[in-house]
Design a protein around this ligand. Structure first.
Ligand code: MN
Length: 717
């Protein structure tokens, strides 16, 4: 079937209402697109899509599949666009062609067997519509039939890929003959010597085997007929690759393989299958343990049959499969038999119903290997398959993002992740990953997780790893903190047994971490030790995981500060004069001597009064920058008349640095006063978490600098 009219004639037979004109047009369209292209065999390229369409017609596939087969290489290999396909042949065909093209871009290039399953799943996920997969399998089958013309090195890669990926997929879809032919073709190309010697062996016995086959066909058929059971019986040689595999697996010679011929008994209905089985078993002695009832318990891919093995005449061991016509057509063509064109029905819904049934059926299967292998067919839409830079495939849940991938590679890759490239382009942590994306994670040893990461991670693995990191930081941090406090109170890092017991702790670790978390108040600690002198706790910089500077008073290193423990937030440093602290709070707080750590910056508020003057804001911000400080936020208020109040949130290392910044602002012409906002504004209710004095800095920098100074004038009204 390699001419278009043969294909349309065939389609017309099983689908009288099919649009043959459209199929013809698809042929002309493809022939035009591929004009001037040739196959490795030297034939015009169009012979290939034509042959693929022929395979689909022989499977009885619907019109859209046959048209897709004719067009399947146009978008990938010619100047044709998907839009052109759609405008000529409709959205359905365009979608199918796109699917086949996308699968064509997935190449299996790993020698690892465990990767093969991921590739198969990826292809399933990419295909979405099973017809896409069936067209792709037909495409691969024809390419295998013509593999001899392809250069040696490519032949091996294509053969391996077919054996590892496409033949198992054909098997999973129950397309038995496709699987067998693919395997035999791979066998003949990749192991030509073994193939030839097996072929010779078989041909030497062909006459004997054929005679045996014919005689047994007749014997079985007659026996059934005598009991009033009309049946079709035919024997078939096992396919070469499966014989070869069996010889390899069992380390036996050709002559030691008995079940070279398998007989199929095809009857009208399921009850007759069991009757026929009884007759066969009464005729020949069954081989123990070889009976399998796949009618009552179908295989995961939907296959149904009764299997048995018997000792036939002359001790010739034979395999017999008994099934109905319907089961037989499914056994041969698998999923494709469900796609066979049905008048007045939409094949799509039928097929998905079948898929659902398949999934249900799988639930009941007790072979866990097959169960897992097949249940994923149902699950594949839940997963997304992406490549690492080295070409390894990772299966992640649908909706996964870059951090999920990073943590899937390795926890350390996750923790140190600073950025990501997707298909070569820098992307955001919030980007969703798509099938076939190539992901490259950029790392830095200085990077560590941030709290926000949890919202960018979808997999439990990534979320857990991030949370665990923080828990560990907090635990280590609170132990270190507890150790420091202990040292200040008792003069050494470890407390004696008496102190540990008096404070109700099990051991040194627990004591330290409870002190560090503030669960054991300082005055409680002071009560149980002899020393009454408690020096201020010396801290350098900030241990971010378990302490922070209060938002109400914005202290900086060098300020007199008190440390106040807050459950769940660790120690919060307040300015000693912070109004947010009650007297009670102060008693429970820890006196801290806080020193700067070079390079570490803290934000604090500055209030500036100045005359309204053109360029004033620019001059102030420039001077702040020149004093090596940055502006985090900024707010501007008109104070009536000629005065403007500016509020800055600046970043400084410590109190000394802050003083430099303030001097730099003061030196700007027109500035009348500069003061720390914290002292001025602390006038009432502010609590930890609020911005200075409950008056949040509202305007963002971008807002302010995009305005012109004339608009500032306007605000006065
Ligand atoms: Mn092709």
């Amino acid at each position: 079937m390699s001419r278009i009219f043969e294909i349309t004639e065939r389609v017309a037979l099983y689908a009288p209402k099919a649009n043959l004109d459209l199929i013809n047009r698809a042929y002309v369209f493809a022939a035009h697109a591929h004009a001037g292209q040739f196959r490795s065999s030297g034939e015009p390229y169009i012979t290939h899509p034509l042959a693929v369409a022929g395979i689909l017609a022989s499977l009885g596939m619907d019109e859209a599949s046959v048209i897709t087969a004719l067009l399947h290489d146009t978008v990938e290999d010619t100047g044709v666009s998907l839009a052109e396909v759609e405008s000529n042949f409709g959205a359905d065909v365009a979608r199918l062609v796109d699917g086949v093209t996308k699968i064509g871009q997935i190449h299996f290039n790993s020698s690892e067997h465990k990767q093969a399953e991921n590739f198969r799943k990826m292809i399933l996920a990419t295909a979405k519509d099973l017809r896409v997969l069936i067209v792709k399998l037909a495409d691969r089958l024809h390419n295998m039939r013509t593999l001899g013309f392809v250069p040696e090195h490519k032949r091996r890669r294509i053969g391996e890929e077919t054996l590892q990926i496409y033949a198992p997929l054909a098997h999973r879809l129950g397309m038995h003959w496709v699987k067998q032919e693919m395997e035999d073709l791979v066998f003949s190309h990749l192991e030509p010597d073994a193939y030839m010697s097996l072929l010779v062996e078989m041909q030497g016995r062909l006459e004997m085997l054929n005679q045996t086959r014919e005689r047994l066909e007749m014997l079985i058929q007659e026996a059934l007929l005598r009991k009033g059971l009309p049946a079709t019986v035919h024997g078939r040689m096992k396919h070469m690759y499966s014989i070869h595999e069996k010889m390899q697996r069992k380390h036996v010679n050709f002559d030691d393989i008995f079940d070279l011929i398998a007989f199929r008994v095809i009857v009208d209905d399921a009850p007759t299958c069991y009757q026929a089985l009884g007759i066969v078993h009464s005729l020949y002695r069954p081989v123990p343990g070889r009976f399998k009832d796949y009618i009552a318990l179908p295989k995961p891919n939907g296959y149904q049959s009764l299997h048995t093995a018997v000792i036939g005449p002359e001790n010739f061991r034979i395999e017999i499969q008994i099934r109905t016509h319907l089961m037989h057509s499914f056994a041969e063509d698998g999923v494709a038999s469900h796609w066979a064109y049905k008048e007045g029905k939409t094949a799509g819904k039928e097929s998905f119903k079948w898929l659902r049934q398949l999934a249900e059926l799988i639930q009941e299967t007790d072979n866990p290997g097959e169960f897992l292998e097949n249940v994923r067919l149902d699950l594949f839409v839940q997963e997304v398959y992406v490549f690492s830079r080295d070409g390894d495939i990772f299966a992640l849940p649908r909706g996964a993002r870059p951090l999920d991938f990073a943590y899937a590679v390795h926890t350390d890759v996750g923790h140190h992740c600073v950025g990501v490239r997707i298909n070569g382009d820098v992307a955001d942590f919030s980007t969703r990953l798509h099938n076939g994306d190539q992901i490259e994670i950029m790392t830095s040893p200085d990077q560590s997780p941030s709290r926000q990461w949890v919202q960018y991670a979808k997999t439990p693995r990534a979320r857990q790893a991030i949370r665990q990191w923080f828990r560990r930081q907090e635990r280590d941090g609170s132990i270190r903190m507890g150790e420091k406090i202990l040292h200040e109170v008792i003069g050494k890092k470890d407390a004696g047994k008496v102190i540990i017991e008096k404070l109700g702790c099990a051991d040194q670790q627990e004591l330290k971490s409870r002190i560090g978390r503030g669960e054991i108040a300082i005055h409680k600690l002071l009560e149980v030790v002899d020393h009454n002198h408690f020096l201020p706790l010396k801290l350098k910089g900030m241990q971010r995981a378990m302490m922070r500077a209060a938002d109400c008073c914005h202290p900086v290193p060098g300020d007199p500060v008190l440390g106040r423990f807050v459950a769940g937030a660790g120690m919060i440093l307040h300015h000693r004069k912070c109004n947010a602290l009650s007297e009670e709070d102060c008693k429970d707080s820890l006196e801290v001597e806080w020193q700067a750590k070079p390079g570490e910056l803290f934000s604090t508020g500055i209030e500036v009064h100045s005359r309204n003057k053109r360029g004033m804001l620019a001059n102030v911000t420039r001077n702040i920058a020149e004093a090596n400080s940055g502006i985090e936020d900024l707010r501007l208020t008109q104070r009536g008349g000629e005065m403007t109040e500016l509020l800055f949130l600046v970043e400084v290392e410590d109190r000394k640095h802050l003083a430099q910044v303030m001097r730099a602002i003061k030196s700007v012409d027109g500035v009348s006063s500069v003061a720390r906002r914290n002292r001025v504004g602390l006038s009432g209710k502010p609590a930890a978490g609020e911005k200075a004095a409950g008056r949040p800095f509202s305007a963002t920098l971008r807002d302010l600098f995009s305005r012109k100074s004339s608009e500032h004038e306007g605000e006065k009204k």
